[in-house]
Design a binder for this molecule. Sequence first.
Ligand code: BES
Ligand code: ZN
Length: 883
Amino acid sequence: MDIARTPSTPDGNIEMADAAVEPKAPPEIRREDYTPFAWLVPATRLDFALGLEKTRVTATLEVERNPAADVSPTIRLNGDGLELVSLKCDGGDCAGHMMDGDDLVVTLEGDSHTLEIVTELHPSANSQLMGLYASGGMLCTQCEAEGFRRITFFPDRPDVLSTYTVTMRAPKKDFPVLLSNGNRVRMDDDGELLTAEWHDPWPKPSYLFALVAGDLVARTDHFTTMSGREVELNVWVRDGDLERTEHAMESLKRSMKWDEETFGREYDLDLFNIVAVSDFNMGAMENKGLNVFNTKYVLADPETATDGDYDGIEGVIGHEYFHNWSGNRITCRDWFQLSLKEGFTVLRDQLFSQDMSSAPVKRIEDVRVLRGAQFPEDSGPLAHPIRPDSYREISNFYTATVYNKGAEVIRMMKTLAGDEAFRQGTDTYFDRHDGEAATCEDFVRSIEDGAGLDLTQFRLWYSQAGTPKVSVNLTHHGDEAILELSQNVPDTPGQSGKKPMPIPLKIALFDRDKGTHAGEQLIVLDKASDTFRFPGFATKPVLSINRGFSAPVSIQRDIPGDELVFLAATDDDPFARYEAMQDLMVAYLVSASKGDLDEETRAAKQADIVRAIGRVIDDEAIEDLMRGELMSMPSQTYIMEQIDEADPARIFERREELKAVIGRELADGLRQLYQRSEKLPYSRSAEAKGARKLKTLVLSYLVASDPQGASALAAKQYENANNMTDRQGALMVLTGVDGAERTEALLDFYNRYRGNPLVIDKWFSLQAMSLHPEVIEHVKALAEHEDFTLKNPNRVRSLYMAFAANPHGFHTESGEGYRMIADLILELDPINAQTAARFVPALGRWRKMEPGRSALMREQLERIAAAPKLSRDTFEQVTRSLG
Ligand code: BES
Ligand code: ZN
């Protein structure tokens, strides 16, 4: 590739650097422009002289012409804010080199060369937490997606695979532990200086590189793989945190076993390290043999971690471990293929967690996440297909669409194929593409070939954005039930006039009187509309559809309330039963919030809901974890999504009112449930978890109807708690009500856990999420608290993500909530652009809101857009959101 002719390709861009004095609009990278890199880098040596203030990196790259690419006289090495100290080609001067923006472009005449590049870094000054940075006195790295270019000049793209040999030198006193990918091959200790050499035999892209240096201790264990290989496992944490690593270690061993049994995947090194760091932009990262985790997803004991935290740890440990095959052994050709590794790995972690606990409850939780995060994304200005067509900043595309819808799309293939054939498909994928940088197309073709499916039309799920709407109409004639289905895939930014997609729907037709059905069936709607006939019904059956949430679509149907009540009480598919309960409440809350119902109808509908919940309370056949799901109210955010020009205050009122009605009408049953649950001693069994879930749920209903009585009960639960689930649940309820109980509990909680950042994060979150009328004032005060800092992403999220997700606070009529989030974005952007940009989508929902709030939200987006120096991350999100 000739520099002058280089188009805008994923490996860098020329025009921008040439044309733009102020890079206001960063270039758009397009999927269709992909070209293979002109050079191979078979081997990479990295030498680090480590220090918090200053680190010197010497990178030695063996480069060869790529026979599969066009010949280029130069090699483009990406950089991001790097200081070049020196450059050598084959031990001497290079034929030529130049800086092009942040990239280094070196002229290379022959077919193979050795490049030596020296750069100097300042880890302590790195507040973006990308590349090499300092966290609590230790040094660590985060390279995905494009952080390696902040360490050294390199073709920082996932299709350039290299074997890495890493040497680290550091003062032993501060950095007694030195870790990198693969195996440790050497360790020298001269008393003061420690030198460690690591070698990773598996070729990998630069985004999987990692190093960690610090004063750490490990919980060590072992795992014997299915072929008999002994693997040493370590979970590295700061001294003092060791006792809280048992659950992480057990989760890791379960993950390794599960991947062998379920996908036939075995671990491939003698060592697997996990390191916990407290400053981290994401949850965790799958670097080869050296996973780096946010402490939030490692540390747990009953006193400081909730049941949700325990589940989160198991899921994230599984996720990162599973990437060893779906992501590392087979990686992505380019970042447009992100869902190849993330969608698939999310599906794998979901299936793992399903197998480890209650599968239906896990499925309900996953669907709730999809609907709460992905559906809004899919219907808003940031909508994109699971395989996007263009981006300006790839960090913005680690989205619920790529991850969660990506997982649903692969889950549909599994449903269509059946479990056994799907496994043949994944076997084909792993065999065929091992060691490669692959594409989503490679994956689909492997599943097609291995499972024996035709996925021609199914590929539309990769290219079309938007949540399909499926309209359902069931009629009955003679002895036939007739099901008419039609689908519509809504327009999204840049996409209109979409084609019908294949939608697999699991259905059952219930005999109304007997409460049974003749078997679940899978039907596939693959046309714009279609009719399915079912003979053998003397009377009209009750339809249960999209059972198990077999397709990520929105079902539109006019179903009579009594049929929902029937399904809520009798459906044998737990998901469908949950869905019926939700539909019942959503339908009521939507029409009540719109003001569509007269007093009498409202009372009648409330009574239906009360009866349905009453039955759930009384049904002894239901497990408590599931009972908790069936009794949960749809979130305010979800209800808002169902209404055009939503008025959050009205919805809040109606929803609180319904809670109060339930709390009042079912007070006795709820209190009995509470007392029964209270009796169970703490354990991590499903039964005990279910009981804890119910206690706090009951409190949240009772507090709506009887704030004082319930506050007393919550205060007692708080005081007597011997675990964080109970304590946090009680405090959550208390933060919503005024009174001495609230003040005392908050003070006690803070004093009890000061010095434990993860728990203090909860203290911030609970207050930011609360239903208290003065939540805005509370959040403002907390932002001034001595423990608040913009430097730590967990702390920022604990206050502001919680607040932005709290409609009651964020959507305050004055617009003050919007202003607070915009202020935060502007202040955080120069410190941590990735984290700042993640707050933009909250403001991007402006089109869905009633005109007053809509204008106020837009105003804040425009204020951000007008700021003089925005990061690429925030710039892209804000301009797309204004769209
Ligand atoms: N590969 C990602 C981590 C990552 C995300 C790096 C974005 C760079 C940018 C990792 O595998 C991941 O997906 N982590 C998730 C948790 C997971 C359970 C979905 C995360 O960090 O949120
Ligand atoms: Zn991942």
